[in-house]
Ligand binder design. Structure first.
Ligand SMILES: Nc1nc2c(ncn2[C@@H]2O[C@H](COP(=O)(O)OP(=O)(O)O)[C@@H](O)[C@H]2O)c(=O)[nH]1
Ligand SMILES: [Mg+2]
Length: 189
C-alpha cells in the first residue's frame, strides 16, 4: 500500500497477521516487539487488536501494522481480514505438540480464504525459554514446513522457521525484521 505522502516521502505500510492456536503467545510476541517487555499473565485478546511501529530497513521506513486476534479456531478468520495482508506469522508453542499440527490447519484455512496469497510466512516456534518442557524439535517444524510447501495450493513466496521467546526476547526483533525485509522485496522491489 503506497498511500500516505509525508513531507515528500512515501510511506510504506504493511499489514501483518499473527495467527496460531490459543495460548501459543501471539499477543505476547506482539507486545514484546512493540513494548519491549513481557507480561506473565494471560493477555486476553478480545476480537482483534493491532499495534503499529516503524521499521527501518536499509534506509527505507516500513510501517508495520501487526494484527493479532483471539481466535482459537481457524474458522473464525474471515476473508475480509485477509485483505491486503502482506506478511503472516504462524505461531506454535514448542512445549505443546498439538500446536505444531495446527500450523497446517492455519495454512489450509488462510489459502482457502485467499488462494492467491503471496505473503511471506514465518513459522515461529515460541517459548524456547521453557527448554525442559520442549516437545517439538526444530526438525519437526522444518518437516512440517516442507510438507506444507509441497502442497501445490500454497502460493506463499517463502516460509521460514524461527525459534522465539516472548519471555526472553529471543529472535523477536529478528523475526519482524526478517518479515519486513521479505515484504520489501516482494511488494516494494
Ligand atoms: N515461558 C513463556 N511463556 C510465554 C511465552 N510467550 C507467551 N507466554 C505465556 O503463554 C500464555 C499465553 O500467551 P498469549 O500471548 O496470551 O497467547 P495468545 O493466546 O496466543 O495470544 C501467557 O501466560 C504468556 O505469559 C514465552 O515465550 N515463554
Ligand atoms: Mg492473544
Amino acid at each position: 500500500m503506497l498511500s500516505i505522502f509525508k513531507r515528500g516521502q512515501v510511506e510504506r505500510r504493511s499489514k501483518i497477521l499473527i495467527v496460531g492456536s490459543s495460548g501459543v503467545g501471539k499477543t505476547s510476541l506482539r507486545h514484546r516487539y512493540i513494548k519491549g517487555n513481557f507480561r506473565n499473565e494471560e493477555l486476553m485478546t478480545i476480537g482483534m487488536e493491532f499495534d503499529s511501529t516503524d521499521l527501518e530497513i536499509n534506509g527505507t521506513t516500513l510501517k508495520l501494522e501487526i494484527y493479532d486476534f483471539a481466535g482459537q479456531e481457524a474458522f473464525q478468520i474471515q476473508k475480509k481480514l485477509l485483505k491486503n495482508v502482506q506478511g503472516v506469522i504462524i505461531v506454535c508453542d514448542l512445549t505443546r505438540q498439538e500446536t505444531l499440527f495446527s500450523v497446517r490447519s492455519w495454512v489450509d484455512k488462510l489459502f482457502e480464504l485467499s488462494p492467491k496469497l503471496r505473503a511471506p510466512f514465518i513459522v515461529a516456534g515460541n517459548k524456547t525459554d521453557l527448554e525442559f518442557e520442549r516437545q517439538v524439535s526444530a526438525d519437526d517444524v522444518l518437516q512440517m514446513i516442507s510438507a506444507i510447501l509441497e502442497d501445490r495450493d500454497v502460493t506463499t513466496r517463502s516460509m521460514e522457521f524461527m525459534e522465539t521467546s516472548a519471555k526472553s526476547g529471543r529472535n523477536i526483533s529478528e523475526m519482524f525484521e526478517t518479515l519486513g525485509r521479505e515484504i520489501l522485496e516482494e511488494y516494494y522491489p
